[in-house]
Design a protein around this ligand. Structure first.
Ligand code: SF4
Ligand code: SF4
Length: 304
């Protein structure tokens, strides 16, 4: 176990402006370890897939076991660094766009900084590979394993200090780093606010039915179908199950320049509806809005 390298990586994560970080040992998790919260999260994930609640996100069903095996991403992996970056801006929220898409595309900023950590590890004779969303790893489960929080009933990672408005990224490495203790508590308790507030009844405790979720339809759905739930004014994503969560009372406005809200964050639906397709396309550049298509944004601008 390389303690000096562990400390250096932790200091680097802090210096690069991440809001929280933790280290997990890169063993392969199985879904039948009730004492392991990450394993429980994995078990729930497999159950969720078996019920078809991933809707059209079929890529999630492919090789789910690889998501719990870091060596699938980097042969010889021994450790994972997981980082959280807050994107919280405000509790006064009337935008039809989810807060995570208010600033620059988070992939750019997170990947650039995680690559700096990977390069540092490479200079210390370790292989390392950064990941943000795109790797076949169940990032929320690994964040729990790295001690960063618990899986809330709204299915998001909740961190005691930051709440749930956070991006997750990480670096998998062959370096042997000192792991943090997994987060073993579930601090949702008897609260059910997210479940009660979801306007389309997409949530049951710890499970989201994507077929009913506004965020799924406005961002992820490969095709739009009859029977979609109403989008309740949202045109990209939905923040309701985060807005009502008491743990987000502790969220502080984030300080990362790249995520500062761009002007579109404050536009009304009327302002959005006046944009041409080419203006929408231009706006999508370098923001997370590019995960949708201009035609799709137009559909939801006309939805109730
Ligand atoms: S994102 Fe919106 S629609 Fe989806 S589960 Fe949360 S509150 Fe419900
Ligand atoms: S609203 Fe309540 S139940 Fe839902 S994630 Fe937050 S604390 Fe958990």
């Amino acid at each position: 176990m390389n303690i000096a390298l562990t400390k250096a990586i932790q200091a680097l994560a802090e210096g690069l402006g991440f809001d929280a970080w933790g280290i997990a040992a890169a063993h392969s998790l199985t879904p039948l370890q009730p004492e392991s919260p990450a394993s429980v999260a994995y078990h729930r994930y497999l159950t969720w897939l078996s019920q078809g609640k991933q809707a059209g996100m079929q890529y999630l069903s492919q090789n789910p076991s690889l998501r719990m095996d870091p060596s699938s991403l980097l042969p010889g992996a021994q450790s994972l660094l997981l980082v959280l970056q807050s994107y919280f801006h405000t509790r006064r929220h009337s935008s039809p766009i989810a807060q995570y898409a208010w600033g620059e595309d988070y992939h750019i900023s997170l990947r650039r900084r995680l690559q700096i950590i990977a390069d540092y590890l490479a200079r210390h004779d370790a292989e390392a590979r950064p990941f943000v969303d795109t790797a076949p790893l169940l990032e929320k489960a690994w964040a729990i394993e790295a001690g960063l929080g618990w899986l809330g009933k709204n299915t998001l990672l909740l961190n005691r200090q930051l709440g749930s408005y956070t991006f997750i990224g990480g670096v998998v490495t062959t370096a042997s780093l000192l792991p943090d203790a997994p987060f073993r508590e579930d601090l949702c308790g008897t609260c059910n606010r997210c479940i009660e507030a979801c306007p389309t009844h997409a949530l049951t405790p710890y499970e989201l039915d994507a077929r009913r979720c506004i965020a799924y339809w406005t961002i992820e759905a490969p095709t739009l179908e009859e029977g979609m739930p109403p989008t309740h004014g949202w045109i990209f994503g939905c923040d309701i199950c985060q807005q009502v969560c008491p743990w987000n009372r502790f969220a502080k406005p984030q300080g990362e320049i790249a995520f500062r809200p761009k002007p579109h964050a404050f536009w009304s639906r009327e302002q959005w509806s006046q944009l041409s397709k080419s203006q929408l396309r231009k706006l999508q550049k370098n923001t997370a809005l590019r995960r949708s298509r201009p035609e799709k944004l137009e559909v939801f601008l006309r939805s109730p």
